[in-house]
Design a protein around this ligand. Structure first.
Ligand SMILES: *Cc1c(COP(=O)(O)O)cnc(C)c1O
Length: 235
């Protein structure tokens, strides 16, 4: 039963993504859905994978390790979307395809040196604290601008874009302004960015605001609870 509900929820999210993409003059395929699995046990994650979700996100490194181990052998792209402590970098990097939540130069340096050990170049997004909320992680808009050159010098890091979270849940006008700000920061940075940095990706939008985020240019949305409505989510 709950697999049917999950399939319904997923197809609703996909159709809303497609409609929002169209409103912003794009195709559904231009927006990637990262299914955020932090609320659900591994059985539900397996059902999502069986329904075709290949991009999965976790906000806690430990939970990502555990779920990635349980699903070893499946073709899954894991996304780390929450704060990464430097002592967890080494164990996390081999498992992830994109780190969304790079929130300090210190962390980026730690990722760079661990990536060098692995002889890998790690794709990352820079998390920007657009609302400058002190309780949130991320570079301030000024910092990201002033530190871009230092970031560009890290040879095992490939910056692909920016990530943000809206400051207040439920305030869609505010969220829209913040998403637009992230896009504008991206446009400014693009002018100054060295060739090693590409800024094509904007990871923004969650269950409550992903349609607004897509209208403002999101290329990746991170959706959790909307997928699991009506489903037992004890983990
Ligand atoms: C939990 C989480 C999400 C998903 O949130 P929902 O509102 O459940 O869709 C997205 N991004 C980050 C960084 C998260 O921690």
């Amino acid at each position: 039963m709950s697999d049917l509900r999950l399939a319904d929820n997923l197809s609703l999210v996909h159709s809303r993504i497609a409609a929002a993409a169209q409103r912003s003059g794009r195709q559904a395929a231009d927006v990637k859905l990262v299914a955020v699995t932090k609320y659900v046990p591994i059985g539900t994650v397996r059902s999502l994978v069986a329904l075709g979700c290949r991009d999965l996100g976790e906000s806690r490194p430990q939970a990502l390790w555990d779920k990635a181990a349980s699903l070893a052998g499946e073709e899954i792209q894991w996304h780390l979307i929450g704060h990464l402590q430097r002592n967890k970098v080494e164990r996390t990097l081999p498992l992830v395809s994109l780190v969304h939540s790079c929130d300090s130069l210190r962390l980026l340096r730690a990722i760079d040196s661990a990536a060098a050990q692995l002889k890998r170049i790690v794709p990352v997004l820079i998390e920007v604290n657009v609302s400058q909320d002190e309780t949130k992680h991320g570079f301030s808009p000024e910092e990201v601008e002033s530190q871009l050159e230092s970031i560009a010098k890290l040879p095992h890091i490939a910056v692909r874009g920016l990530m943000c979270m809206a400051s207040r849940e439920g305030d869609l006008d505010q969220a829209r302004r913040e998403f637009a700000q992230l896009r504008e920061i991206r446009e400014r940075l693009r002018v100054a960015a060295p060739p090693s940095i590409t800024l094509d990706e904007l990871s923004m939008g969650m269950s409550g605001d992903y349609e607004v985020a897509i209208e403002e240019g999101a290329t990746i949305v991170r959706v959790g609870s909307a997928l699991f409505e009506g489903i037992e989510t004890q983990a």
